[in-house]
Design a protein around this ligand. Sequence first.
Ligand code: AMP
Length: 197
Amino acid sequence: MTNIALFGPPGAGKGTQSKELTQKYRLVHIAPGDLLRDQINQKTVLGQQVAQYINVGKLAPDALVIDIVEAQLVAKDNGDGILFDGFPRTSTQAKALEERLVRYGIHIDVVVFLEVPEEELIQRIRSRAEIAGRVDDQDAAKIATRMRIYHDTTLPVAKYYAQQNKLVKVCGSGAVDVIFKRIVAAMGKLSVMPALK
Ligand code: AMP
């Protein structure tokens, strides 16, 4: 079983690359952003609670996100491994993840950090705003909030994993298939996925 966390700023392409990676490596996809948006769309109580954060570009509360992730871990047969997409995004989440994974006898093997220049991120988010209609992609103030929170709160998580020698930086700039090949090559070097080329 190999467990991967896909890490990076808003617009880095985590969702897009997750689709490719989960297919290739037969991983279970756990994406709190998708789960929270589903809750909002279904107008559940949880959805109403989190909308006030997500819709303005802020992070949802740690306790809530951690519980959602744990519920997924319990509910799913985690097969060949898990791909955490956009989680953890805070140091508290990283530590909680570690504690909870231990309970299930699993751990994070590698954190893939998709690095993309800020101008390209903004451009991608603007393009996505026209296609996907995400509320948090819609205006410059919300995008700026997400970037600021990413720098202040999420980026330190990369250091946490670098200290554990689990962080692999991959250039996330350019075409989707080229980036995917870079990720696969980076994981191959680490022997995280030894059976795969
Ligand atoms: P994403 O789809 O990963 O871009 O996430 C969309 C939004 O969902 C984020 O801007 C946050 O408001 C919320 N969200 C997603 N993942 C997390 C997380 N790990 N911690 C807190 N909030 C999150």
